[in-house]
Write a protein that binds this ligand. Sequence first.
Ligand code: 13P
Length: 249
Amino acid sequence: MRKKIVAGNWKMNGNVSFLENILQEISSTSKSLENDKEVYIFPPAHLLLAAKTFKNRMKIGAQNGYFADKGAFTGEISMLQYKDLGCDAVLIGHSERRAIFKEDKALLKNKVDAALSHGLKVFFCCGEQLEDRESGQQESIVLQQLQAGIFHLSADDIKNIVIAYEPVWAIGTGKTASKEDAQEMHAAIRKAISEKYDAETAQSVTILYGGSCNAQNAQQLFAQPDIDGGLIGGAALVAEDFKKIIAAI
Ligand code: 13P
């Protein structure tokens, strides 16, 4: 069966003392989880080495990575280098990377392939804009993103993908998708995996919800049959809130 996961995407927040404090605070909650449940932390790159020391039973991931292994790419860090550092995973396709840093689908696909080739789990983010939802296009937009980014993979490789559905209008806005709307999209994603691969593969892929998920709404979201946990932004920076969200899986 698929894993249930709570992941914290810290974005460009945090320093060494913050990292030590929060990982210490959440480690007992994450240690008490059953084996089919996992906690991932995605701190900014400069904290990953320290995170490795404090991570305990948690897993750590990078928020981004470049597809070439090495070379003249000033400012970039490769998937191979993140693997060398001890990372378990990488986020690819976050809407902030797509919108602010203009990452296009060809680049994202290359990143997915590179990360998997080095044994990193890929958290592949997808999600529609507000206008897509208002015009009823949300499902086709999200399925196009999956088609372009991960549906070229083999059934074996797709099992190393975690899909994070993050409606762009819900990120950092306090406007969470309703549990019904989120479930509907997660079910559509699982159906698309089943049609592209097979039912067993679809059942094995973890699909997370992200976008203003917090200590108050996590439980009802995670109770939906196709929502296997969350990718958490703001609430992952507050130990008390993140512990409650972990407990909700
Ligand atoms: P918020 O939880 O702050 O809305 O951010 C979600 C997100 O972007 C996680 O990747």
